[in-house]
Design a protein around this ligand. Structure first.
Ligand code: IPD
Ligand code: CA
Ligand code: CA
Ligand code: CA
Length: 266
């Protein structure tokens, strides 16, 4: 349907991400915690909310019939068959500390399938895009994931949830992963971790507990760059576990993580 043309959806997502990214970048200096959510370390700033509100205005201004699922609660019901997955600032803790690894992440789902995605990191000046079936780009140039390496030579990204109990188990899983890989990175922004797999800055990435707004755009970028993206036991990249790596390495890391219960909290 012309109404669902992924190129149009991508162009709109890009405009919304650039506007929100510019707003958040202007507001980063001196930013403070406004509120907390699931735990004292799960913070939200004024800019998380303002950026999501701006994205919502841009998206619904152009396409009032669409649905939105946004991290900061900016839900909208829609009947067009298009739903937007919006993380206004992925990497809020980095943003709060003046670190550059944060991004605006916007994905467009058409009839339940992510068809376009944008991850814009203003403080790095980098934008990743992807359209289903058409490849991924960084700053307008095509990107491909790094070729397969053995697990022992893989640079692996991961992240941790905000709940202390989940972190205890995540640390236990990590203690089995660290001795078996080249090294671990914890950058603090899931969308950028997935994009790092897409452009070869990581060989692999895994994390438990992500939400659709965290992985929607980045998973498409990684997949379109040639990585395999999914969960354990053939599942998709849902909240149980999101795993991305070159084919072959994906299976090796899967087979390490599965018996460790990396998709559980204990
Ligand atoms: C978080 C970041 C972090 C990941 C967490 C996410 P937020 O998103 O992506 O890297 O480890 O699981 O919740 O809260 O900064 O948008
Ligand atoms: Ca996020
Ligand atoms: Ca966020
Ligand atoms: Ca958050």
């Amino acid at each position: 349907m012309a109404d669902h043309d992924p190129h149009d959806l991508l162009a709109l997502a890009l405009r919304a991400a650039e506007d929100a990214g510019a707003l958040a970048a202007r507001g980063q200096a001196g930013i403070a915690v406004l509120d907390t959510k699931s735990s004292p370390t799960d913070v939200v700033t004024e800019m998380d909310r303002a950026a999501e509100e701006l994205i919502r205005e841009v998206l619904l201004g152009a396409r009032p019939g669409d649905a939105i699922l946004g991290e900061e609660g900016g839900a909208a019901e829609g009947r067009s068959g298009v739903r937007w997955l919006v993380d206004p600032i992925d990497g809020t803790v980095n943003y709060l500390y003046g670190r550059p690894d944060w991004a605006v992440s916007i994905a467009a789902e058409a009839d339940g399938v992510v068809v376009a995605g944008v991850v814009f990191a203003p403080a790095r000046g980098t934008v990743y895009t992807a359209v289903l079936g058409e490849g991924a780009t960084r700053d307008g140039s095509p990107i491909t994931a790094a070729p397969r390496v053995g697990l022992g030579l893989a640079l692996v990204g991961t992240g941790f949830g905000y709940a202390a109990q989940r972190r205890v188990h995540q640390a236990a899983v990590l203690s089995e992963v660290v001795p078996r890989v080249r090294d671990i990175r914890r950058a603090g922004a899931a969308a950028l971790d997935l994009c790092a797999v897409a452009d070869g800055q990581l060989n692999a990435y895994y994390e438990r507990g992500l939400h659709p707004w965290d992985w929607g755009a980045g998973a498409l970028v990684a997949q379109e760059a040639g990585a395999r993206v999914g969960g354990l036991r053939g599942l998709g990249p849902n909240g149980d576990l999101t795993l991305a790596a070159a084919p072959g390495l994906f299976e090796e890391l899967h087979n390490l993580l599965e018996p460790l219960g990396a998709d559980r909290d204990a």
